[in-house]
Design a binder for this molecule. Sequence first.
Ligand code: ADP
Ligand code: MG
Length: 594
Amino acid sequence: MQRAILILFLLLLGSGPMILSEFHITLLNYIGLSALVALGVVLLTGVGGLTSFGQAAFVGLGAYATAYLTTATELPDWLAWAGGSPWIGLAAGLLLTAIVAWLLGALTLRLSGHYLPLGTIAWGISIYFLFGNLGFLGGHTGISGIPALELFGHELKSGRAFYYVIWVMLLAAVWITRNLLDSREGRAIRALKGGTVMAEAMGVDTARSKIIIFLIAALFAALSGWLYAHLQRFVNPTPFGLHIGIEYLFMAVVGGAANVWGALLGAGLITILKQWLQDLLPKIFGASGNFEMIVFGMMMVLVLQRARDGIWPILARLVPADHGSRTVPQGDALPRNVMPQASADILDVRNVFKRFGGLVANNNMSFTVRAGEVMALIGPNGAGKSTMFDCISGVGSVSEGEISFLGERIDSLTARAIARRGMSRTFQHVRLLPNMSVLENVAIGAHLRGTKGVLPATLHLERAEEQRLLAEAARQIERVGLKDSMFEQAGSLALGQQRTLEIARALAADPCLLLLDEPAAGLRYMEKQTLADLLRKLKTEGMGILLVEHDMDFVMGLADRVVVMEFGEKIAEGLPDEVQRDPAVLEAYLGGVE
Ligand code: ADP
Ligand code: MG
């Protein structure tokens, strides 16, 4: 059904110039140009969670680069070769935009919370004023006399002739974006929305993912600017100002920022509505003015109130989905890590302190974990177990002390670097992407076992590797007993199952040390048995397991050794039987609040 609608849409688009009036062709051209920018905003804001108000500035870079190069009569000597040709103008615009975006991204993407949007506003304004104040760009009057595009010997002088160029490029951009999102790199990008902690712990370079979507969004905007310049044959700073940047964001949000088609829908709705309101409102009010902006403002408030995800999801719900991709992925096994020698110490925590201001959450903690054993870390709530996990896995930093993993100091490494060395973990407070399927969530765990980058992903040239990654994820899902939920949204699972999903995700990384933070919480008796069996099996395969768990039957039946913590300190260590009889432990567990 969805496919049928898509084909119908493409047929209608394709026949546009044959049947539509000049006015409607122009409208569709402008919708296409805006949609290209809004598509970048969808990727950046809707998918990646990075809000940008400044995209119009990149449109301007693309437009001005070609405008300048194709019209300047006296180019500086070093640039003379680049004059005249719109195609060189395009290449120059994209290159210039990539450089500027990379610099701006490196400076602003590290900002968090509302500082990032503020940053985008700042550079959005600066670049806009730059256009108006540079003499060689014609100041506020702009640049005119931009040549028409030439394609296969035809000059594209009319909007009708330009139509296909715009829409073919837009649809190509949609295709590229969809391909990218449906790939290993795409999962890394989509994981950004869940915060960086989980993604980094799975080995994703989140700073890189952010720069990638920032660059792509900027390049789409620059391409739109290039098209605009050669369609309009004239540029001035006005369409590249901050208010237009806001409009692009507006399009993506109204259309539905989480879906590529939301960009087209939003661009279409806003452009048509704007056109219509510009005609209608001055007649109603009997005066000229930008009344449409007032209506837009109210509409935005309404959308945020009533349909936070935009209009696309509402439309999409009316159409039954195609369930083509619901077959369990099959593929060759990925190469495995070599497991360390049986019962060798793989993790060595030595005199570790972790302080939060005055609070000492880990106080002189020392213990080891061996290959092929389950080491349990127990203690009352607030004892510092999760903090210990964060220190070991690099999610948090160590205040003092040493941690070695496979004979190498890791206490100053990043979570990503530690993951790469063969450690994987789950989180006490589950960290997954609720709108992604169980399969995709688990596949994030296998991130480091793939190598194909963004370019092959955009063209889907990495399908063989992708298949193997997904097959690996599917195997781990089966292994933990979630096979029946593989294609469900992770957020729809019960909490206990979400924890189990995290175990599958950790296993997909092929770790030799697995850190499990309260994996049995929320599981039913039978599910706990299944989990215990799985952990026993992993152990015999040579994996080391560090386990935090409150269910004492579960712990004592499974653990080879136990470390007990209270108030950040180790109060006992030994075999399960010994620890259970230890007076200090009995005191901690029985003498306290319970
Ligand atoms: P457990 O996992 O054993 O229940 P935690 O490691 O979560 O305990 O917490 C240990 C102590 O550290 C608690 O007192 C907790 O409030 C404190 N703590 C944990 N994380 C932070 C943080 N980010 N900032 C300040 N205090 C923290
Ligand atoms: Mg905890």
